[in-house]
Design a protein around this ligand. Structure first.
Ligand code: 3PZ
Ligand code: ZN
Length: 314
């Protein structure tokens, strides 16, 4: 029998992450802090407990991570990056606080990362690595800000289409092997662009549902171990394709619940491992997509609560 969902313990675990300043773990995650805030507040929001973290302090902190060029870093003084810029926008949107930042400045930063010749997007102004994750980040960010019309959507859609593989999946760059995380970012970007017609739906749905192993857990690629975070990358992809019923929901629920720390709260990548806030949010978001545990509905494209996404500018 599956253990129970430890809602109150997960709330307490997320609250505790911000108060352990004397522990090594806290400093080791310094380069991820803003991401951690997004993972934590999103997990709480899906549990209907967003107010368990102090709103004003959070908004102030997010703003302190912004640079003059509009981009956000992982922590004050850390270099700006597209991933952290998306996390900042997601947190402020969840808190209904986007009016506290200059949307035009953020837009300018994001637009500067698109290669207007190919539609590829780089992660920051210094680097030259392109990744389909960054295309999604740019499009999610700009659509939340109501600025997607300033972005060359068609070019980036074409770029994503070039990352499509013979198995129906998508990789990091053209020619790279299919991977569930990358498939989520490409599908979600195509959903934002309203171009899901480009997807080989049946072939990709097969690849995705074959990620479920006998344990009930999902892996991210053939031959890999199952991992709770793929409950999100694979399930959200199936949800976008309208094929959530292609996997065994009860077995996946059991796999996620078994990865909980039933004493301290939080969810691990799999049973017996150490919990972290990343696997906690994606485990809880996966349970929400599956319709279990009385959780608030989560949007599979934005990984934010549906009631937040319903405020998106038209
Ligand atoms: C984890 N990152 O590169 S990371 C991440 N992984 O910043 C955060 N499943 O130490 C946490 N693996 C834990 N808290 C893990 C985010 C990775 C994903 C690693 C992981 C997850 C299996 C091995 C990449 C969005 C953003 C970033 C990623 C994916 C999606 C780590 C290792 C890597 C990273 C952070 C800590 C184990 C937490
Ligand atoms: Zn994982």
């Amino acid at each position: 029998m599956a253990p129970e969902f430890e809602r109150e313990k997960h709330i307490a675990y997320i609250q505790s992450l911000d108060t352990r300043h004397d522990e090594l773990e806290y400093w080791l995650s310094e380069h991820l802090r803003l991401a951690g805030v997004y993972w934590g507040v999103t997990a709480l929001d899906i549990m209907g407990a967003k107010d368990a973290l102090p709103r004003d302090e959070m908004i102030k902190y997010v703003k302190s991570c912004q640079h003059d060029n509009g981009g956000f870093g992982a922590n004050p003084g850390h270099d700006p990056h597209i991933l952290y810029t998306l996390y900042a926008v997601q947190i402020l949107f969840t808190q209904d606080a986007l009016q506290e930042v200059d949307a035009n400045l953020i837009t300018k930063y994001v637009l500067s990362l698109q290669d207007t010749a190919t539609g590829a997007v780089k992660g920051d102004l210094m680097g030259d690595t392109f990744d389909t994750r960054f295309v999604y980040s740019a499009m999610s960010c700009l659509s939340i800000l109501g600025k997607l019309s300033e972005f060359d959507v068609d070019k980036s859609v074409n770029y994503i289409d070039q990352c499509k593989n013979y198995d129906g999946g998508y990789g990091m760059v053209p020619g790279a092997e299919s991977h569930a995380g990358q498939i989520f970012t490409c599908l979600a970007a195509l959903a934002i662009a309203n171009r899901l017609d480009l997807v080989d739906r049946d072939l990709l749905s097969w690849w995705l549902c074959e990620r479920q192993l006998l344990s009930g857990g999902l892996n991210g690629r053939p031959e890999k171990l199952p991992d709770v975070c793929y409950s999100w990358w694979v399930l959200s992809s199936l949800a976008i394709l309208g094929r959530l019923d292609w996997i065994d929901r009860d077995k996946l629920r059991e796999f996620i619940l078994e990865a909980q720390d039933t004493e301290m709260g939080g969810v691990a990548d799999r049973k017996g491992d150490m919990v972290d806030v990343f696997h906690t949010v994606f485990g809880i978001a996966g349970l929400s997509l599956l319709g279990f545990e009385n959780l608030e509905p989560v949007n599979p494209v934005y990984c934010l609560r549906e009631s937040v996404v319903s405020r998106l500018p038209k």
